[in-house]
Design a protein around this ligand. Structure first.
Ligand code: PEP
Ligand code: MG
Length: 585
């Protein structure tokens, strides 16, 4: 009799396979008192364990797959750095000496102290980073206790065909997931862990079927039984009958066929049924993401979120470091256009490194964020502008400004850009003299005033993530109001329409780089409303290209006008379903 067990799907993927339960004992640490002469030897044993952990992690780090996004790549490297941090490599040695205790006990004390610091942080994202410490501490503890690594445990099980196995484990760290995934396992089920953990993000970006947080998974499932992971429905199905297994296998096959079909579009242009060519560009966060972007078949970078180079580090990047990073992105795009957005720090993208003056803000999303911060901190802004202008020399690069609310801000930005240019000129440094400057439309005020803004800039780009947040007054990181998030709210559609029409009247390009641009349910509507340049996560690009190739924009325009005449979200949702299910030839 099939049994459905609920968890959290971390990717939408499905796997059918055999449960392999890996019981890793709870790490049981006991106190052992040392004689004074035993202390140096114990400290040496601890240092050896750290060296061992470093060796194993370096092996993983040197064999990371190409398709890994840059932030996950840097996570593994962060774990390596953590091992070098005095908090892990020095303090436990001091505890061993001070408390005359065994290394495991000393590390446990230090782990508890570190977790207390993380628990007091009032930030969901940072809180989950406490998991990273736990993973690295557990790794050291298992080495101290001479336990086999997960990879060795799987080897000892002597399983013939790993590609048919689904690993059921209580908890797994990102580095372990990579090591096991590389051996071809079909999927993962964990007893703990949420969708925000790094292991979850990793599973998503590597396209690994996985369900996390299935409490009691190791007791509810049996080693050797058939199971299904249904990531779409956040479910694990144990003992599925033959009919169910066949149904899921067909679904997996359809998914693979579809991926193959989409792959064929990679080197084709995005052309609609009525012959219009649409620009599909990629959003990237760190220079290394360029690999993923290029593989997606994009025609340029529509949004480089530069702020990710500034967070999660101790010192701000200087002009040279920024120059090198931007230049490497631009060069690797080989002449394709690259839009670099100036710093969008603040709100959920906090930077404290090197800044002791960041004031406490009651409403950070409405506070000193993005261009507001740059216009107050000239040193920060000028350093970035210099790096961008130098990197842009000889290439097709545009500068994009986030969170513009007033015309005055655009004028100030232009003033700063000219003053930085004149500084570079006087110093005889090469830079891009002619560089388009564009404004993001992320605040309702900006959409309403798009006409005057268009007079002052060379292009506009609609940031729907913030436009929705500010128009509907919903904090985009607050789960409790996420039910109000609605890109089809008539007010949002009207603000988008105003922006598209205004840019067209002013004959300047307009793109969209918010999540809405990469969500296939809105593609036809946006085409019908007049959007011709989309920028999105590389992973969405081929699907959007396919929809464009199946759309006659003349028909889509007619239907989009009907949508825009409606004042009720529910009616808009209904009409959108019709638009998406109709053949628009
Ligand atoms: C947006 O707001 O839509 C956008 C693209 O910017 P970010 O998501 O980086 O705030
Ligand atoms: Mg934004």
């Amino acid at each position: 009799m099939p049994m459905h067990i609920q968890g959290t799907g971390v990717s939408q993927l499905i796997a059918v396979g055999i449960a392999t339960i890996v019981l890793r004992g709870h790490i049981n640490i006991t106190y052992r008192h040392l004689q004074a002469d035993e202390i140096p030897k114990e400290q040496q044993r601890y240092c050896q364990a750290i060296a061992n952990a470093q060796q194993r992690l370096s092996n993983i780090s040197n064999n990371l797959p190409d398709e890994l996004p840059a932030d996950i790549r840097s996570l593994i490297n962060t774990q390596l750095l953590m091992l070098n941090d005095p908090a892990l490599h020095k303090t436990p040695l001091e505890i061993i000496a001070k408390e005359a205790c065994n290394a495991e006990w000393a590390l446990k004390q230090q782990h508890n102290a570190l977790l207390r610091i993380f628990e007091n942080i009032d930030d969901t994202y940072l809180k989950t980073r406490g998991d990273d410490i736990t993973h690295i501490v557990n790794r050291i503890q298992r080495i101290l206790l001479q336990e086999a690594s997960l990879s060795d445990m799987v080897t000892k099980m002597k399983i013939k065909d790993l590609s048919r196995q689904i690993l059921v484990i209580n908890d797994i760290g990102p580095a372990e997931l990579i090591a096991i995934h590389q051996r071809g396992i079909a999927g993962f089920i964990t007893g703990f862990g949420g969708p925000l953990s790094h292991t979850a993000i990793l599973a998503r970006s590597l396209g690994i079927p996985a369900i996390f947080g299935v409490h009691g998974a190791q007791q509810l499932l049996e080693s050797g039984e058939f199971i299904v992971i249904d990531g779409e429905h956040n479910t694990v199905i144990s003992s599925p009958d033959r009919r169910m297994q066949r149904w899921y296998r067909q679904k997996i096959q359809r998914y693979k066929d579809r991926q193959k079909a989409l792959d064929k579009l990679r080197n084709q242009k995005a052309i609609s049924l009525n012959g219009e060519t649409i620009e599909l560009q990629a959003n990237i966060e760190l220079p290394d993401d360029i690999r993923l972007a290029k593989r997606s078949g994009c025609t340029g970078i529509g949004l480089l979120r530069t702020e990710y180079m500034f967070i999660n580090r101790e010192n701000l990047p200087n002009e040279e470091e920024q120059y090198k990073a931007y230049r490497s992105v631009i060069r690797r795009m080989k002449g394709m256009p690259v839009t670099i957005r100036t710093l969008d720090l603040g709100a959920d993208k906090k930077v404290d490194s090197g800044r002791s003056d960041v004031p406490l803000q009651i409403n950070p999303a409405l506070g000193l964020r993005a261009i507001r911060l740059c216009l107050q901190d000239h040193k920060l802004f000028h350093t970035q502008l210099k790096a961008i202008l130098r990197a842009a020399y000889g290439y097709d690069v545009r500068i994009m400004i986030p969170m513009i609310t007033t015309l005055q801000e655009i004028k100030q930005v232009k003033y700063h850009i000219s003053s930085v240019k004149s500084d570079l000129r006087h110093r005889g440094i090469k830079y891009a003299e002619i560089i388009p400057i564009g404004t993001m439309i992320e605040v309702p005020a900006a959409a309403i005033m798009a006409g005057s803004f268009a007079q002052q800039c060379d292009f506009l780009s609609i940031g729907t993530n913030d436009l929705i947040q500010y128009t509907l007054a919903i904090d985009r990181i607050d789960d409790s109001v996420s039910y109000l998030y609605d890109p089809l709210h008539p007010s949002i559609l009207r603000l988008i329409k105003i922006t598209l029409d205004t840019a067209s009247a002013a004959s300047i390009p307009v793109s969209m780089c918010g999540e809405m641009a990469g969500d296939s349910q809105y593609t036809r509507l946006l085409l019908g409303m007049g959007l011709r340049e989309f920028s999105m996560q590389p992973s969405s690009l081929l699907q959007i290209k396919e929809i464009i190739s199946q759309t006659n924009i003349t028909h889509a325009t007619h239907l989009a006008n009907q949508v825009l005449s409606l004042g009720d979200s529910a009616a808009i949702h209904d009409l959108l379903e019709t638009i998406n299910s109709t053949t628009l030839h």
